[in-house]
Design a protein around this ligand. Structure first.
Ligand code: NAD
Length: 437
């Protein structure tokens, strides 16, 4: 099939590359000329495991090309994916300006039947808005399909190649046939293509993210309670996760969820609900608890040092909002670092891939180290903010020699508290029986 993907970011690039890998001819479009130049050279602008290799082989096989021209991409191809940003407006609603601007351009350049597929996470009713926007510009036939994306950064390629499910919101038999053909290679193992109306499909994505964010937040509240009563959230996680109705996933407590999706999708769904006259109470609580949770490690640190952290050197391991990605959008690390800097601490950071991205946001207000041990030199505490695998089995003796004081504040519960304390560290984590800290 001949496919265009408009918006070549975390989603668009993965979607485009994976569709090329399954034999389609794909044109990826972006307004960012630098990005397009990099991509033409086979370089991925984002860190995503396995993506660059796949990108290079598909460029080599001439199945994927990159352009800044929407006109060509619309005229040449029959299926047009929109993978554009939908950032939050000030009132929390999703900003549709990128999506609707592109819809208008598509309408102008339409030269025959096309299927326009929304991959972006968009509020209920957006398919109708896209349809109306295009209709105003053209007399050609077209269909609009809502096809929310469920990939996870850090595992995006395998998630797209082997999706748990594909959701299609549509109303046309012609579009359904095209979309089912397109996805057929990805659901050979029997995972379902679930077809529904566009409105339900649009809400499905928000409901999925909101439920996952709620699960994380629920466990964070259990952890906070554990600290008050001297219980261990790890044991509780094991105790409840083996119940199939609950499941093992998304039960790890920590310093709150971040990323480009959960925070904005929760506020967007709250906004949609309020607009529809419905008070979605759980979402409000989730958002509020999560905002507080991002500061919990700073609260512990301030309590430990009796609020005196001015001039203290503090190391941070992990900046991305989760492992295996360089994405720092809404990462807890940003909140934590800013709070510590405000109180006069000197921050020394390391992340395997996200330092370039965080530097764009906080510049040289912190010191950057390519090696995680170098970040520890002369520090009075280490904060672990992302559970990268390489932090899981460190050389504790080396750490002890480098640090001025041997204190670890672990926001991801990656160590066994007994083991770390035996190694001679003061160890403070989340919800594991440390009453008062
Ligand atoms: P992104 O910011 O990484 O990528 C968006 C791309 O669109 C950028 O490269 C930008 O330059 C480009 N762009 C903006 N305006 C354009 C225009 N007029 N024409 C062409 N290109 C344009 O965003 P993302 O993380 O890929 O997210 C895209 C959408 O997918 C959002 O709605 C998001 O909620 C949703 N989503 C994201 C994820 C994720 O994990 N990142 C997962 C599922 C769904």
């Amino acid at each position: 099939m001949k496919i265009s993907v408009i918006g070549t970011g975390y989603v668009g690039l993965v979607v485009g590359t994976c569709l090329a890998e399954s034999g389609n001819n794909v044109v990826c479009v972006d307004i960012d000329e630098e990005k397009i130049k990099m991509l033409r050279k086979g370089k991925s602008p984002i860190f995503e495991p396995g993506l660059e290799e796949l990108l290079r082989s598909n460029i080599h096989e001439k199945r994927i090309t990159f352009t800044t021209s929407i006109e060509n991409a619309v005229k040449q191809n029959e299926v047009i994916f929109l993978a554009l940003p939908t950032p939050p407006n000030e009132d929390g609603s999703a900003d549709l300006k990128h999506v609707l601007t592109v819809a208008k351009q598509i309408g102008k350049f339409l030269n025959g039947y096309k299927v326009i597929v929304t991959k972006s996470t968009v509020p209920v009713g957006t398919a109708d808005k896209i349809r109306m926007t295009i209709e105003r510009e053209t007399t050609y036939e077209f269909d609009v399909v809502s096809n929310p994306e469920f990939l996870k950064e850090g595992a995006a390629v395998s998630d797209f190649m082997k999706p748990d499910r594909v959701v299609l919101g549509l109303r046309s038999v012609r579009a359904r046939k095209i979309m089912e053909d397109l996805y057929e290679p990805f659901v050979r193992t029997g995972n379902p293509i679930i077809v529904m109306d566009e409105r339900s499909s649009e809400i499905t994505k928000y409901a999925a993210n909101s439920l996952l964010a709620t699960k994380i937040t629920f466990m964070n509240e259990v952890a906070n309670l554990c600290e008050k009563v001297g219980a261990n959230v790890d044991s509780i996680r094991r105790g409840i996760g083996s119940d199939v109705r609950i499941g093992q996933h998304f039960l790890f407590s920590g310093i709150g969820y971040g990323g480009s999706c959960f925070p904005k999708d929760i506020t967007a769904l709250m906004h949609t609900s309020a607009h529809a006259g419905y008070d979605f109470k759980i979402l409000k609580a989730v958002d509020e608890v999560n905002t507080k949770q991002k500061s919990i490690l700073v609260d512990k640190l301030l309590k430990y040092f009796r609020k005196k952290i001015k001039g203290k050197h503090i190391a941070v391991w992990g900046l991305s909002f989760k492992p295996n990605t360089d994405d720092v959008r809404e990462a807890p690390s940003l909140v934590i670092i800013k709070q510590l800097l405000k109180r006069g601490a000197v921050i020394r950071v390391h992340d395997p891939v996200a330092m370039k991205e965080i530097r764009k946001q906080i510049g040289d207000s912190v010191k950057y180290f390519e090696n995680n041990y170098d970040a520890l030199k002369g520090t009075e505490a280490l904060l672990i903010l992302t559970e990268w695998n390489e932090f899981r089995r460190p050389d504790f003796e080396r750490m002890k020699q480098l640090m001025k004081r041997n204190i670890i504040f672990d926001g991801r519960n990656i160590y066994d508290p007994v083991m770390v304390r035996e190694k001679g560290f003061i160890y403070i984590s989340i919800g594991r029986g440390e009453i008062g800290l």
